[in-house]
Design a protein around this ligand. Structure first.
Ligand code: SF4
Length: 450
């Protein structure tokens, strides 16, 4: 499961592009395939983008080519539209003589249908990503102002979108009416700041103010902030996976502390699936906090029995069969002295295909573990996501075809326990949010698209 994108924007700061660079750096976990920044001095809009990590794409010289006090940036991970240069964001277009830049986190479920309609009317697309549809719809609007054009375009799109938009005068931040993806607002002195997660504010010393409401549009113009609203459905559909896995535990998303919710997931998991064991260990790093919750509730020691290497890029040497499970081994290694002869509870955030978990269980047994009990802080994933998360097809999801007992056998674990959907809701109850849980129950709030 991979997140699609991270957004960061700032308006009213003399080193806007540099701060966006840092913001994107803090949001690198939300997308690693491409990074881009568009900045404006109020006259021109200039874009710099490239394939790869933020630190690889940008250097001092490239940032110097982005003068101005307003900038938006984007980290991308993609499968929709493919990983190509044409799909890098922010997008920069000329609509009736006005330059406009857009960065999008999410996925539109009716993009293909709209694209076909627009093409039939003569529109020419320069990328294969769904975000460009919004710009084409804006270009066809007869309304005058940027906000009005955007509102008109958004009436026609369905799905998940958190957006940052900018022209020579304004910056606009929007969350879709269901509120699938997060987007928060903060201040840095007199500057207005937006980010997918609040950890990006911390890095630049900005103050977190609040999450945008679902269906809210915040407009910054001449240093002033205005809020506009779109009609919203009765129930929201915030992506519960932001708390389970995607967001950093030091972030606020959807207005709530990720660390708190994640730790409660671990507590609920123990209540539902206790086990007699010697120690609790996470599959690092995304499960660390939930494993602490499980261990505290179980009154068992929490240990780092698996170490994750943080320094792997793309390995260009792929060994032949002589090193088994090279891909998993290069990332994780067991601490033999800790796991040898022990009954382990291994906490992970999800099982998608089951391949990695199976390899980890085998690795721990090889290191001398007496028992391996796998505990998952999410329910069984049975359906694909159409709202901006890269999941395999239903057929490839192990949970869509096999029972928990069969999966446990396949993993080679002594026992396997998944958190139930009600356990998940209990853990996130304090947030008061309505969640999307479609990947566990197939109830898609805005359909699946074509
Ligand atoms: S289907 Fe799953 S991953 Fe996708 S938005 Fe809903 S909860 Fe999140």
């Amino acid at each position: 499961m991979k997140e699609y994108c991270g957004l960061f924007g700032i308006s009213g700061h003399k080193t806007a592009a540099n701060l966006v660079y840092l913001g994107l750096y803090a949001l690198q976990h939300r997308g690693q395939e491409s990074a881009g920044i568009c900045a404006t001095d109020g006259v021109k809009l200039r874009l710099q983008a490239g394939m790869g990590l933020v630190a690889d794409v940008f250097d001092k010289e490239r940032l110097l080519r982005l003068p101005g006090s307003r900038a938006i940036g984007h980290n991308r991970y993609s499968t929709t539209g493919g990983s190509h240069r044409v799909n890098m964001q922010p997008l920069l277009v000329d609509i009736k003589g006005r330059l406009l830049s857009l960065a999008h986190n999410g996925n539109l479920v009716n993009a293909r249908e709209l694209r076909q309609q627009l093409k039939a009317k003569g529109a020419i697309f320069s990328s294969t990503n769904d975000s460009e549809v919004i710009l084409h719809l804006m270009a066809r609007s007869r309304r005058g102002g940027l906000e009005e054009q955007l509102q008109e375009a958004l009436k026609r799109v369905k799905g998940a979108y958190s957006l940052l938009l900018m022209d020579g005068d304004k910056m606009i931040a929007v969350r879709d009416p269901y509120g699938f993806r997060p987007l928060c607002y903060g201040r840095l002195g007199r500057a207005h700041v937006f980010a997918s997660e609040s950890c990006a504010f911390d890095l630049i010393g900005a103050r977190y103010v609040r999450e945008l409401e679902r269906g809210e549009m915040l407009v910054v113009n001449g240093g002033r902030l205005r809020s506009r609203r779109m009609p919203v459905p009765r129930r929201g559909a915030s992506c519960i996976f932001e708390f389970i896995y995607f967001s950093r535990p030091d972030s606020f998303v959807f207005g709530h502390d990720v660390h708190d919710v994640r730790q409660r997931l671990g507590c609920e998991l123990f209540r539902e699936h206790p086990v007699d064991a010697d120690l609790v260990m996470p599959v690092p790093d995304s499960s660390n906090v939930a494993a602490i919750g499980y261990a505290e509730q179980a009154k068992l020691p929490f240990k780092l029995g698996l170490i994750r290497s943080h320094y792997i890029g793309r390995t260009f040497i792929e060994p032949d069969q002589s090193i088994r499970d090279f891909g998993t081994r290069i990332k994780y290694n067991p601490v033999k002295g800790l796991v040898k002869g022990k009954r382990l509870v291994v906490v992970d955030d999800s099982i998608v295909r089951g391949t990695t978990t199976r390899k980890l269980v085998a690795m721990l047994r090889q290191a001398g573990a007496k028992q391996v009990h796998v505990r998952i802080t999410a329910p069984v994933i049975t359906h694909s996501c159409f709202y901006g998360i890269d999941t395999p097809t239903r057929k490839e999801l192990i949970g869509s075809s096999y029972s928990v007992a069969r999966i446990c056998k396949h993993l080679g674990a002594d026992s396997l326990g998944y958190l139930s959907i009600s356990g998940l809701r209990r853990a996130a109850e304090d947030t008061g949010l309505d969640f999307c849980t479609a990947c566990f129950d197939g109830k898609y709030p805005v359909g699946k698209g074509e």
